[in-house]
Design a protein around this ligand. Structure first.
Ligand code: COA
Ligand code: MG
Length: 291
């Protein structure tokens, strides 16, 4: 599993920002063809993204492309333009049923075959941003083995569900929890909502921490200033890593001597605690902190 602590959106029509993003130490960059691009520049953006993917060095960052929704009539041409440049993953917006993901997967099958690439090398991430999507979540999660993550689109969701968007965001808690829970059940990564205010880093950090507590693996960001703050929140700290390592070595000893539960620093350790420790080490490994 690769780290997706922060995924940075960059408008596909803006080569300067794409070049800038390529130089940032970020887990993933989403080259956007959808809402970040003006209607009049959609065609041009396809060419810019294809060129950037083929020529720029994005360092360790995962290279993702967000296409337009299938209902717009643009998705097929978006994919045809960018797939020859081999993005690592495609972000499909406005996914409200499994059939949309199956359609995308079919197009990826064909493109990989044409390019002689190994099958299923390009992953899919689904944007969950409507009431109907939440009702259909289990089927969406099981739609295709290419699916590796779910992203929560808060603003579109609120509008679609007839909710009032508040600054505290309590109206979103149920949906965020539901998304994180389904991601866990289907072994997908859950990516939390955008904080559009890119100057208030404390507010961003608090929102990111809440997402991490709910089970999200990372968060969408829209400005370079948000990257470090968010990646730090989703990285286990040294104390958490050290504790997780002690839990696992204690568990290995306990298993050898035929014990289930054991004690560590005056607290009981049993299977759920061991699983949590394993999850912390998976995150630490993905962030390059432990071998
Ligand atoms: N990726 C890469 N670089 C970015 C960036 C991004 N998402 N956002 C800003 N930058 C760059 C700017 O180009 C600028 O660099 P420069 O001084 O070399 O020109 C620098 O970071 C500082 O930017 P700033 O002046 O603070 O912001 P801005 O007014 O240029 O841009 C936004 C503000 C919101 C328009 C911009 O952050 C953006 O386009 N975000 C992504 C929007 C998007 O894709 N939305 C769809 C998904 S929700
Ligand atoms: Mg949207």
């Amino acid at each position: 599993m690769r780290a997706r602590r922060a995924l940075l959106y960059v408008p596909g029509s803006d080569l300067h920002k794409i070049e800038k993003a390529a130089g940032i130490d970020v887990d993933g960059i989403i080259l956007d063809l959808e809402d970040g691009v003006a209607e009049s520049r959609k065609d041009e953006a396809r060419g810019i993204i294809a060129h950037a993917l083929a020529t720029l060095d994005f360092g360790r960052a995962e290279r993702l492309v967000r296409i337009n929704p299938f209902y717009s009539g643009r998705a097929e041409a978006d994919l045809a333009a960018v797939l020859p440049s081999r993005p690592d993953a495609v972000v499909v917006p406005k996914v409200d049923s499994p059939s949309l993901l199956q359609k995308a997967a079919q197009i990826l099958d064909n493109a990989e075959q044409t390019a002689g690439m190994p099958r299923s090398s390009i992953e899919i991430i689904a944007l969950i941003e409507s009431a109907k999507a939440f009702v259909n979540l289990p089927a969406i999660c099981a739609a295709t083995p290419r699916l590796s993550g779910l992203i929560f689109g808060a603003e579109d969701f609120c509008a679609d569900a007839g909710m009032t968007r508040t600054s505290g965001g309590s109206e979103l808690l149920y949906a965020r929890s539901m998304l994180a829970l389904h991601a866990a059940a289907f072994e997908l990564q859950a990516i939390d909502m955008v904080q559009t205010n890119f100057t208030d880093v404390e507010r961003l950090a608090a929102e990111a921490r809440q997402g991490a507590e709910l089970g999200f693996a990372g968060k969408q960001v829209i400005h370079p200033a948000q990257v470090v703050v968010v990646q730090q929140v989703f990285t286990p700290d040294a104390a958490a890593i050290a504790h997780a390592e002690r839990v696992l070595s204690g568990a290995a000893e306990a298993a050898e001597s035929g014990r289930g539960a054991f004690s560590l620093d005056g607290e009981m350790v049993d299977l759920p605690v061991i699983k949590r420790a394993q999850a912390i080490l998976v995150r630490a490994r993905a962030a390059g902190l432990v071998p």
